[in-house]
Design a protein around this ligand. Structure first.
Ligand SMILES: Nc1ncnc2c1ncn2[C@@H]1O[C@H](COP(=O)(O)OP(=O)(O)OP(=O)(O)O)[C@@H](O)[C@H]1O
Length: 659
């Protein structure tokens, strides 16, 4: 039966400088099933060129190369891949086994590329390895085999998809005479089973067992003569022309990942180092996010720890047109100044006291400033961040030394005491304060020192407090009216606190200064965290370049392997998929390493912060972990795109020729 026919086939190589070289000059020949053909000829006569055309590795020729009535010169890339995968089996002089795959995996690779199920792959591979006498060696790696065994593995690989045509380029060229005989026996058996076997050879011994010998010289057939007569045989039971379903499916993602993993395992140290290097950037991003989270939580906790739940602070919204402020006004100002705030009118106070479960209303103020307000004691001067009124929020439990202030008295916090004089309690100080463009100075006696708790970040701010009535009369003496900028609503059970707070918001007022400051600081911590995480993210660019370089090196190292994969039917997409999978795995490993390292760093930092401040300053969130791993994978896969597409575009003929 005619399997292959070449009609006037010519091949011209394009050289640089518009030069051309014609390697095949009008080849006319046909081949049938069950033939064992030797192609002989001088070096450079065109034998390999002819094999490449027949094998579908090169479709750039003129004339017709007909397989089952169709010219493969007109095949699309996809059709050529399928043709190589299902119709052709290649056997190379230097075996071209994939070194990091076992004998079994080397044989099944063509079926893996066709996405045949694992059980079926292994069953077929075992049968065929049994046929070539390698059943005991299936788990060995190629470098653990002798030359003859390697070539038998290559033959098994060529036969696995039950192709009609076996192309063997000097199949015994690298073997000694004893193993040459074994391999030739198998090749003859294959032809006797009805396959078309075409061999390129320089060896007379090989030519002598062939059923046909074709001689090529200078790109032309100069002789075509019959050889020995082949007989049908009962060996190689596995090989037959039927029974095996030709698969058009492609390499699955799982198989691609497995192939990538097997290759990475081979270069363990290199891949561990790359993953470790790439993980540093991701680790710093994860760690900084967790640190920002910890600082924020610590801050919020300490801000709310000493708040009396029965006293609810209310402030006027900034620049409110009316009391029914729009939602936009709820955003806390970055630095609220009293001048910017509208004071509470009696109507506001009436409205607030009418809220359900509000038992009393206290007037108050909170003046936050940077630099304008200060407290003077003798020659010492201390700038005040916050001047506030005494409310029911402050109780005797907040007094570390002395007592709550009466008329014309003031309490200071520990920070102010430290800056002025630790013995300032009971002494006269001068409060310098700017309200509504009135700069006022008034003497007060320090009645005590206020504390907001041991771990309270409020203790790092300069705060003084006095009675509302004192400030009101100070303003009156300076000829202007002082209205409360803060109102405290009192209730008798903390179960009403939440409801009262939401009613306050509904009416268009704002919550406590502490809450405002907390959200302001939270916002600042967020900004700082993201900026720092962003800066450390720059190292991700370095990681990306490192992965890119390593994968490029991998492509160069594996050029021949890529050629083999293409020869056995891998599509561009399959090759790309294998390399992208490798990038995916590097990204996954570096993400996991980064997470592990940031957890370690977290434990170490928290150990220190617990010892010093009794808190966990780094708090991990599972989203940061997921984010870190996903970013790592995405960066790695993006870096892997270029090397992967370089690998996919490699020309199979060139790749196979690469030493
Ligand atoms: N890519 C190429 N570009 C230009 N010329 C090429 C290319 N490949 C092969 N040739 C030329 O085509 C001719 C045939 O080469 P081919 O490799 O087919 O010879 P061969 O008969 O297989 O030789 P050998 O027995 O030494 O392997 C040679 O002169 C070679 O230099």
């Amino acid at each position: 039966m005619r399997v292959l026919e070449l009609r006037n086939v010519e091949k011209t190589y394009r050289l640089s400088d518009n030069q051309k070289f014609q390697a095949l000059k009008g080849i006319n020949v046909s081949f049938g099933s069950g033939e064992l053909v030797s192609i002989i000829g001088e070096s450079g006569s065109g034998k390999s060129t002819l094999m490449n055309l027949i094998g579908g590795l090169d479709s750039d020729f003129s004339g017709e190369l007909l397989v089952a009535g169709r010219n493969i010169g007109n095949f699309t890339e996809r059709e050529l891949d399928i043709y190589r995968k299902n119709k052709i089996g290649f056997v190379f002089q230097s075996f071209n086994l994939i070194s990091h795959l076992s004998v079994l995996d080397n044989v099944t690779i063509a079926m893996t590329l066709a996405n045949v199920s694992k059980e079926e792959r292994i069953k077929r591979a075992k049968e065929i390895l049994n046929d070539v006498g390698l059943e005991k060696h299936i788990y060995k790696k190629p470098n653990q085999l002798s030359g003859g065994q390697k070539q038998r593995v290559a033959i098994a690989r060529a036969l696995i998809n039950n192709p009609e045509i076996i192309l063997a380029d000097e199949p015994t060229g690298a073997l000694d005479s004893e193993t040459t005989v074994q391999v030739l026996d198998i090749i003859r058996d294959i032809a006797e089973k009805g396959k078309l076997v075409i061999m390129v050879t320089h060896s007379e011994r090989v030519a002598a067992i062939s059923s046909r010998v074709i001689e090529i010289s200078d790109g032309q057939i100069i002789d075509d003569k019959p050889g020995v007569i082949l007989e049908e045989n009962t060996k190689l039971n596995y090989i037959s022309n039927d029974g095996i379903k030709k698969n058009k499916q492609n390499l699955s993602f799982i198989s691609a990942i497995k192939l990538a993993f097997l290759n990475m395992k081979e270069k363990k140290i290199r891949n561990i180092l790359v993953s470790l290097g790439a993980s540093i950037g991701i680790m710093s991003v994860i760690f900084l996010l967790a640190l920002g989270n910890g600082v924020k939580q610590y801050f919020n906790d300490t801000m709310s720890r000493h708040v009396n739940q029965l006293v609810i602070e209310v402030n006027m919204p900034k620049n409110a047109e009316n009391n029914q402020a729009s939602e936009n006004n709820f955003r806390p100002p970055m630095m609220p100044m009293v001048g910017e705030k509208r004071p509470f009118q009696q109507s506001d106070i009436d409205k607030l006291s009418a809220i359900n479960h509000v038992t009393a209303v206290e007037k108050g103020f909170n003046i936050i400033s940077i630099g304008s307000n200060s407290l003077t004691y003798g020659k010492s001067n201390c700038h005040l961040l916050l001047v506030g009124s005494i409310s029911s929020n402050i109780t005797n439990s907040n007094i570390k030394e002395g007592r709550l202030p009466k008329n014309n008295e003031i309490i200071i916090n520990e920070m102010v005491a430290r800056k002025l004089d630790k013995d300032v309690v009971g002494k006269k100080v001068t409060l310098n304060i700017l309200i509504n463009q009135h700069y006022m100075h008034e003497d007060f006696v320090v009645s005590g020192i206020y504390t907001s708790g041991n771990n309270d970040s409020m203790s790092n701010m300069e705060i003084v407090m006095l009675n509302y009535a004192d400030l009101e009369s100070l303003c009156k003496r300076n000829n202007f009216d002082f209205k409360p900028t803060t109102v405290y609503l009192l209730t008798n059970s903390d179960k009403y606190t939440k409801g009262i707070k939401s009613k306050i918001e509904e009416l268009g007022y704002m919550g406590s200064t502490q809450e405002m400051m907390a959200s302001m600081f939270t916002e600042m911590i967020d900004i700082i965290t993201y900026v720092l995480a962003g800066i450390s993210g720059i190292s991700l660019v370095v990681s990306a370049i490192m992965i890119l370089v390593v994968l490029y090196i991998s492509v160069v190292e594996r050029t021949k392997e890529i050629g083999v994969l293409k020869a056995i039917g891998a599509r561009r997409k399959d090759v790309r998929r294998i390399f992208v999978s490798e990038a995916f795995l590097i990204g996954l490993f570096s993400g996991v390493i980064a997470l592990g390292l940031s957890l370690l760093l977290m434990f170490a930092t928290n150990l220190v912060s617990n010892r010093k401040f009794n808190i966990d300053i780094v708090i991990m969130n599972s989203w940061y972990a997921v984010f870190g791993i996903v970013v790592s994978i995405v960066i790695s896969m993006i870096s892997g795109m270029m090397p992967a597409s370089k690998a996919a575009k490699l020309d199979p003929v060139e790749s196979l020729r690469r030493e």
